[in-house]
Design a protein around this ligand. Sequence first.
Ligand SMILES: C[S@@+](CC[C@H](N)C(=O)[O-])C[C@H]1O[C@@H](n2cnc3c(N)ncnc32)[C@H](O)[C@@H]1O
Length: 247
Amino acid sequence: MQNIYDNNKFFNEYIEMRNKDINANNLIEKPIFLSLLPCLKDKKVLDLGCGYGDLCKLADTDGATKIVGVDISKNMIDLAIKTNSSNKIKYIIKPMEKINEINEKFDFVLSSLAFHYVENFDKLIKDIAKLLHKDGYLIFSQEHPVATAFIPPKNKNIDTKVDIENKRYYLLSDYNNNGIRTVHWNIDGVKKYHRNISTIINTLIDNGLQIEKVIESYADDETIKLEPKYKYQNDRPYFLFIKAKLL
Ligand SMILES: C[S@@+](CC[C@H](N)C(=O)[O-])C[C@H]1O[C@@H](n2cnc3c(N)ncnc32)[C@H](O)[C@@H]1O
């Protein structure tokens, strides 16, 4: 497993991007994620890949009784403790691959933009199902499979995207070839895992989770006014969101 957020160059660029008002997290990902969340008052919440803890803090403000934030990155957990602490929130440095070591149950497991870093999705979902109370919810976002699928050709002169008549056309390949993708994002060598939609959905179903809602990211007119390039969300979404209940 890779801990890219403890690479200081990567971390500093990521935080710089997150500190801007206009970014895909603030304008697209967070509003859609929050639209899937009910009030968390009196609930126990686990946030996987919690980053600097903004969702944990939101759960705390909402009145959750206990919140556990788990992240592989010490940089992130240090920042979470500094900026989003509360006596109800416990932050743990731990990879999601080891959540089977947590010995308690939760009403909600949340995860925002972190599952695509985990290789073994079936194990992750099995572990989450064991951590949820019956009728508990898993709500997560991840990079959309149409965005993670592509493996670039060796020939670097080929355009991988082209703008025609106000639309963006992207090259797509390897959609059904699940597995690792190594990409440049702030630095070279960032490892992510592509899974097609049927793998994601069937893994949830096979582990006793009933899907209640699926959203693919989009940009509304207000968002496009703030950042015109987000109109391309409507040609190819960045993010996938799923809300599922443990039966
Ligand atoms: C894109 S950030 C999102 C952070 C936070 N959820 C948010 O939305 O602000 C991805 C987070 O996942 C964490 N992460 C990546 N791989 C992980 C793993 N295997 N186990 C736990 N956390 C991981 C990273 O350290 C990082 O904090």
